[in-house]
Design a protein around this ligand. Structure first.
Ligand SMILES: Nc1ncnc2c1ncn2[C@@H]1O[C@H](COP(=O)(O)OP(=O)(O)O)[C@@H](O)[C@H]1O
Ligand SMILES: [Mg+2]
Length: 253
């Protein structure tokens, strides 16, 4: 069975793409078959892996579920590492909402259904807005991960994602759920960070606040090399922290 995991937060620069890339690679390193779909017109996932922007995600969203279309979409994938395919994004994604072949909230889920059985995990990286595409990506998800910097104002953007999730559950029979809030760029010496993390735990519950990813120079360097931290600095704390997230996902059911 394929698990679909959507990484989302309407805020930019909170580590969504970094998390999507590292979750994808970490799962692939564990022998899982992984597809990472970049749903952000800025194509940052590809850029981080030195894969040029391309229309793969655009075709996933606009082509009917037919064998010939599916074969064509597969051709747009980049095999970035063993077990790990990337379906890249491009500026064509902006405005794609208006070119979808179906108005249904389940359209992206249906479109991904064409790959059923081919992957153990499909990771959806999203753009920093809450538009139609994010809603489709959340509806397609079994699990949602919300990366968030531990700053007081982040709680607002988390709440917005949670509200969207709640209304999808109540009104659109969405079956998925929150996997967790992932505190990113965490610095324990910054009092505000420690306080905010404690508040998250109190407010959202310990179980839904994942162990934080610290601010890590090694992580920020990765895109320059087209590598993940598992390659660039496998002994860095950030590598351990993302491995831990991967293990949490592997254990979940
Ligand atoms: N834990 C971290 N420590 C340091 N830098 C990080 C961390 N996570 C992400 N970054 C860097 O911060 C920037 C924004 O991260 P990114 O994952 O692209 O965020 P988003 O996708 O939410 O916009 C990138 O340059 C990335 O390399
Ligand atoms: Mg991003």
């Amino acid at each position: 069975m394929t698990r679909i995991i959507t990484i989302t937060n309407q805020k930019g620069g909170v580590g969504k793409t970094t998390t999507a890339v590292h979750l994808a690679h970490g799962l692939a390193l564990k022998g899982k078959k992984v597809l990472l779909v970049d749903l952000d017109a800025q194509a940052q996932a590809g850029i981080a892996l030195h894969v040029p922007p391309a229309d793969g995600a655009f075709y996933l969203l606009t082509m009917e579920v037919k064998r010939s279309a599916t074969a064509f979409i597969r051709e747009q994938m980049a095999e970035v590492r063993p077990n790990w395919q990337l379906l890249p994004a491009s500026p064509r994604l902006s405005g794609v909402e208006h070119a979808l072949p179906s108005p249904s909230v389940s359209w992206l889920a249906e479109s991904l259904g064409r790959f059923e059985g081919a992957y153990d995990y499909v990771i959806l990286d999203t753009a920093p807005t809450i538009g139609r595409l994010q809603v489709l990506a959340i509806w397609a998800a079994d699990w949602v991960i919300i990366p968030a910097a531990p700053e007081p104002l982040s709680a607002n953007s988390i709440q917005k994602v949670l509200r969207t999730m709640r209304s999808l559950k109540d009104e659109q029979a969405w079956q998925g759920g929150l996997f967790g809030i992932l505190p990113t760029m965490y610095r324990e010496r910054v009092r505000e960070h420690a306080t905010t993390l404690a508040e998250y735990r109190r407010h959202f519950g310990d179980a839904l606040v994942l162990s934080p990813i610290h601010l890590a120079a090694r992580l920020a360097e990765c895109p320059a090399f087209g590598q993940t931290v598992f390659e660039h600095a496998p002994n860095d704390r950030a590598a351990d922290e993302y491995r831990r997230l991967v293990n949490t996902v592997l254990k979940a059911r």
